[in-house]
Design a protein around this ligand. Structure first.
Ligand code: EPU
Length: 350
């Protein structure tokens, strides 16, 4: 017998027009979205795909807005990801697997895991943004990157409406990079992330600032909670709290140069901070390069270079995205002029 196809229920998506994005970007830059849709579940993402108007519109996927410079109003369909939920999915012999909704705050998730007795994320405490944004740019700090604690993620393909599960290899993680910044940018909505926290837990303490804390406190066997507190201390001392001073964390990536280029620069500037990489290249500290060009504490208009960390650009109050970009270009020019190195912005500029 032929049964009629079920009539889909009317869309319950709430569509906002001309919505202000100021509160949704940690730089506090003024801009509005022509169309803004809040995505609170995987089903919402699928409804967008099936919606006659929204389905075809080019998308901009917004997490915590902590890696974003808005220079103009956004005429794309902005999807604000608000998918919640955290649970311990599985306890394996060699790892705990924790599943988290993409819209949860990253830092709150680090804290929640510690409270549940699930250590492993403590070096990445206080990184602003959401869990769904963490794999997009493979966030990292103090010797641990997201890819080191990653199991898999679910994403909705915004063309087909299908849910796909990607493992680490399929995400193509690189330094502050992944497939979601490349081929899948704007085409795929991450809904859930599964984190892999290795058992038994082992501290990661190789970073100079953590070694300094060990020396200061004579605590040579810190637990995860202690490392969490140290990382929070270190970050609070040199990075501005976006709730107080608008910023997007590190504004430039640390540039990677060949061994030959590095030798050449050291010949001219013996003090330059550089780290050898596994493949024979060297990563240079962009903050040092900017500082060496005299930018720390300087401003152009209402956009400035943070006094305590030259890699962070800040909104001194009422800055526009254009002012931030003007400052960023001036910094790029002076670093290029002195060192011959092109700095690449870390945040997405819209
Ligand atoms: N430095 C200066 N002057 C400055 C800033 C830095 O001389 O104004 C020197 C420091 O003394 C240090 C070196 O540059 O020797 C590197 O600085 P830091 O250790 O502060 O780290 P970073 O390279 O500036 C990176 C990440 C941060 C992450 C820290 C800790 C990038 C672009 N940034 O910063 O991530 O928290 O390491 O692991 O990779 C972010 O991505 O938003 C972010 C904050």
């Amino acid at each position: 017998m032929h049964t009629p196809a079920a009539v889909p229920p009317p869309s319950s998506l709430v569509i906002e027009r001309g919505a202000s994005l100021r509160a949704f970007n940690t730089f506090g830059l003024p801009a509005s979205a022509q169309t803004l849709v809040r995505i609170a579940s995987e089903a919402d993402a699928k409804k967008v795909v099936n919606d006659p108007e929204l389905g075809r519109a080019p998308k901009f996927i917004l997490g915590g807005g902590s890696n974003l410079v808005l220079t103009q109003d956004v005429d794309l369909c902005v999807l604000k990801i608000e998918i919640k939920g955290r649970r311990l999915l599985e306890t394996r012999e060699d790892a705990w697997i924790v599943e988290v909704g993409a819209g949860e705050s990253w830092h709150d998730t680090v804290q929640w895991c510690l409270e549940q007795g699930l250590p492993g994320l403590e070096n990445m405490a206080l990184i602003p943004g959401t869990v769904g944004a963490a794999p997009v740019q493979n966030i990292g700090a103090y010797g641990v990157e997201l890819k080191d604690r990653f199991e898999s993620l679910d994403a909705v393909d915004m063309i087909t409406g299908r849910t796909v599960t990607l493992d680490a290899a399929q995400c193509h993680f690189g330094y502050r990079d992944s497939v979601f910044k490349q081929r899948l940018g704007g085409k795929s909505v991450i809904t859930k992330v599964r984190l892999r926290l290795p058992r038994p837990w082992q501290p990661v303490l190789g970073y100079m600032e953590l070694e300094r804390k060990i020396a200061e406190t004579a605590n040579i066997h810190p637990d995860a909670r202690q490392i969490f507190d140290w990382v929070c201390d270190v970050r609070r001392a040199k990075l501005p709290d976006p709730a107080v001073i608008g910023n997007a964390g590190s504004f430039f990536k640390n540039p990677v140069v060949s061994a030959e280029q590095c030798r050449d620069i050291i010949g001219r500037d013996p003090e330059i901070v550089h780290y050898p990489m596994d493949d024979g290249t060297y990563k240079l500290a962009a903050g040092w390069l900017i500082d060496a060009c005299g930018w720390k504490g300087k401003s152009i208009g209402r956009a400035g270079v943070y006094e305590r960390q030259a890699l962070v650009l800040v909104n001194r109050g009422g800055a526009s995205g254009a002012e931030v970009v003007t400052l960023a270009r001036a910094i790029q020019e002076s670093v290029y002029g002195r060192f011959g190195i092109r700095l690449e912005p870390e945040p997405v500029v819209v």
